[in-house]
Design a binder for this molecule. Structure first.
Ligand code: ZN
Length: 424
């Protein structure tokens, strides 16, 4: 055995267990495993979780907040600033900022991440090419999936179609989409048709930015039902993910129900992006500004798989963030009113198993025998309080290898004289 984790607390299990890891997989989960191991970690009752996931993140546009600092914080300014900066993207700079985000993610226990680099005539393929380089560079720390994301549209920027095909030829994993940037409802529908055609051509899953608005009065921002119908027609069941989908929250229950039912029927995964959605949503509301989140509870209750992610990290659209799913989960729990014990457990599911389903990783994921040994040990004994405590990730383990050891926690605990920290 390569690694033995002793006395870990795992969710929904009343007794502490040992986890045996060999060949990058979990091979046993039992109390008191006695077989010899090359390395032993004593979790001392601390909580183990499967690796955290970031199913929607923009590496190429991250950490731009100090390049051209926002003066007013408005959405119009954010579009202007980011558009200007994107025109001057340099490969080395994109790599450096992307690495800074990936390092944050690894430190916070992220073991797989889906990047959405822009693919358009402005920055060409620089976002995809740098993401591919980083996918190889970070392979022993986290898995990177790459979405070819047509941020500037396809119908209004026709050269994008060739770039999307080239991105897939280079090795991108997923076809992206952004129908709401097209100038008309007909063009948004045509955009959706194009990306489904691309998905069929490349046999790839789809992950679209969709319905990112405060209300659904403009049909370009009310495409979720149409996308679900296309997923059913094309047989892309459970292979389509939608990010944002905030306008759905503005519909009254009777109007939302048929859309939500169709999303469930199509097996569409929804990824809420609360940092961006809260920051940009409700800007036009003179009083009681809207929260701007997709209706997570109604989607969940209808059987839709819902996850969340960081989206942007520190740019004019999202000035905060550190690629920590726990932090975003805490934010979503506040804004979406997920505070009961069951609700908090669901929020943890959202950034673990639900995100794994959205990323197509579920078959190999989780704290169970046979799954990949991607897991974290948190500096807390109390699984029920994770979302409140936001505990340090004491150990991060990727494919059975320890990638992060948060030693500073040991110092604090020794000073307090409390129970011993995870030790080797
Ligand atoms: Zn996004």
């Amino acid at each position: 055995m390569d690694l033995l984790i002793r006395k870990a607390s795992i969710r929904d299990n009343p007794v502490l267990v040992d986890l045996a890891i060999a060949g990058g997989r979990i091979v046993a989960i039992e109390p008191d495993i006695t077989a010899p191991a090359a390395r032993i970690i004593d979790a001392a009752g601390r909580v183990a979780l499967p690796g955290l996931l970031e199913p929607h993140i923009h590496l190429d546009k991250a950490l731009l907040d100090r390049r051209m600092p926002a003066q007013t914080g408005t959405l119009a300014e954010a579009i202007r600033i980011t558009g200007e900066l994107k025109r001057h993207q340099q490969r080395a700079d994109v790599l450096a900022r992307s690495r800074a985000v990936l390092d944050m993610a690894v430190m916070h226990g992220v073991t797989a991440l889906r990047a959405h680099p822009d693919v358009d005539p402005i920055q060409g393929l620089i976002g995809v090419e740098t993401a591919l380089e980083l996918k190889a560079e970070y392979a022993d720390l986290l898995d990177i999936q790459i979405v070819a994301f047509p941020q500037e549209g396809i119908i209004k920027a026709p050269a994008t179609l060739d770039l999307l095909n080239e991105a897939m030829r280079l090795g991108a994993d997923v076809i992206g989409g952004c129908p709401y940037v097209e100038p008309s409802a007909a063009d948004a529908a045509a955009h959706i048709d194009r990306v489904f055609d691309l998905a069929a051509r490349w046999g790839a899953p789809l992950d679209l930015h969709a319905d990112f608005a405060d209300d659904a009065t403009d049909p370009r921002f009310a495409t979720a039902g149409l996308i679900a119908r296309r997923a059913i027609e094309t047989g892309w069941h459970r292979r389509v993910t939608l990010g944002h989908v905030t306008s759905l929250a503005a519909l009254m229950p009777d109007a939302a129900a048929p859309v939500i039912d169709r999303l469930a029927e199509a097996g569409i995964h929804i990824v809420s992006l609360p940092a961006t959605d809260l920051y940009l949503g409700g800007r036009g509301d003179a009083a009681s500004p809207r929260r701007g989140l997709t209706p997570v509870r109604r989607l969940r209750d209808a059987g839709v798989n819902v996850a969340f992610s960081s989206n942007n990290i520190r740019n004019a659209f999202t000035p905060f963030g550190k690629a920590d799913p726990m932090l975003i989960g805490n934010l979503l729990a506040h804004a979406g009113q997920f505070g009961t014990a069951a609700d908090q457990a669901y929020v943890i599911d959202m950034c673990t198993i639900n995100a794994a389903r959205a990323m197509g990783l579920a078959a190999d994921y989780g704290l169970r025998v046979g799954a990949r040994a991607d897991l974290i040990i948190l500096d807390t004994m109390d699984a029920a309080a994770m979302l409140a405590d936001l505990p340090l990730r004491a150990f991060v383990i990727k494919d059975g290898r320890v990638s992060v050891t948060a030693t500073q926690a040991c110092v604090i605990h020794r000073k307090r004289g409390s129970a011993s920290m995870p030790a080797e």
